[in-house]
Design a binder for this molecule. Structure first.
Ligand code: GRG
Length: 315
């Protein structure tokens, strides 16, 4: 049976191969820096594990599900990495440490870090179409001669919704306003509901898309896609709560990023609103619900393990 480490290895190789290698070298280098070297690869593993779980349940070929889902898995990690590169910029969260290394703008400069993020975001949409983008302008782009064109088109829409203004970009905008960094809006205090909405968009939407894309690419029906969506929504909330708890209980060295920044900036966090013990309880409740959603759709494989890992992770 496939292990999570097998999936991680598969993802690492595919990510490197998904960079636009024939583009101008400086931008490829900055994109590679933001993408490779560290990262738990939770989101792409979730995509692949979901595709495999659907294939196992439907008794369809595992290899097909995996190869169909792999470009979507990479697309999700490209977008996640872009968001980290941009989030660390001086105009956003202004951080110098990420994945245990200096952030992309510290190494490549602010302008190139902006472009690296833009390049990663754009390449994600190229990847998910399944069409190989040529390096020369003026070349005719090959037609998508695939019986999976419908799945890919739906996947593009899911990715756009999760990454864009309804999802991650919208969540980040709410975060910026709360931090008093938006000229046109006064800093707004956040209550528990606003905090939950911000996280659902900022981190939850992409995690949900990661799982949903796996189900779509493996040919799941809508009932299954919805059950996977519920599983990943609870997973996303648990992930965020654990992130806030680690921010209190862990260190820069263990996390590979600067800890305690949200609390120091006076931003509400789960521990600040609910206390540490109740926060951990809330995360455990999410994982119980996530597993119930899986059971309702008779989905297994690595998905329950990913749920446990989300809550037991140390970084
Ligand atoms: C710039 C549009 C834009 C959005 C940024 C995701 C995000 C929005 C900001 C990241 C800030 C942050 C630390 C959020 C907490 C949750 C989170 C996304 C943590 C990082 O994800 P991991 O732990 O990271 O999966 P690795 O390095 O393992 O990939």
């Amino acid at each position: 049976m496939t292990s999570l480490d097998d999936l991680r290895r598969l993802v690492e190789t595919a990510l490197e191969q998904s960079l636009p290698a024939s583009a101008p070298e400086p931008i490829v280098e900055a994109m590679r820096y933001g993408l490779m070297g560290g990262g738990k690869r939770l989101r792409p593993c979730l995509t692949l594990a979901t595709a495999e779980a659907v294939a196992i349940r439907n008794n369809t070929a595992l290899g097909d599900a995996r190869s169909l889902a792999l470009p979507a898995a990479c697309a999700i990690e490209f977008i996640h990495s872009y968001s980290l590169v941009h989030d660390d910029l001086p105009a956003m969260d202004d951080d110098v440490l990420r994945r245990g290394r200096p952030t992309t703008h510290v190494v490549h400069g602010d302008g190139m870090a902006v472009l690296a993020g833009d390049g990663l975001l754009t390449q994600a949409f190229a990847l998910i179409t399944g069409i190989e983008i040529g390096s020369q302008f003026g070349e005719l782009t090959p037609d998508l001669n695939s019986r999976y064109a419908g799945r890919r088109l739906r996947a593009v829409a899911v990715l756009a919704q999760a990454a864009g203004a309804h999802g991650m970009v919208g969540g980040q905008a709410i975060d910026l306003i709360a931090a008093g960094k938006v000229k046109s809006y006064p800093a707004a205090a956040m209550d528990a509901d606003m905090l939950k909405d911000m996280h659902a968009r900022k981190t939850g939407a992409l995690l949900r898309a990661a799982a949903t894309l796996g189900a779509i690419m493996a040919g799941a029906d809508d009932t299954t896609i919805n059950a996977v969506g519920r599983y990943a929504t609870d997973l996303g909330l648990a992930f965020q709560i654990v992130d806030d708890v680690l921010d209190v209980e862990s260190s820069n060295e263990a996390l590979g990023k600067t800890v305690g920044k949200d609390a120091a900036a006076g931003k509400p966090t789960y521990p600040s609103l609910y206390g540490l013990e109740q926060s951990k309880q809330l995360a455990a409740d999410c994982i119980r619900r996530a597993k119930a959603s899986l059971a309702s759709a008779r989905l297994g494989g690595l998905l329950p393990e990913i749920a446990d890992l989300t809550i037991n992770r140390k970084s």
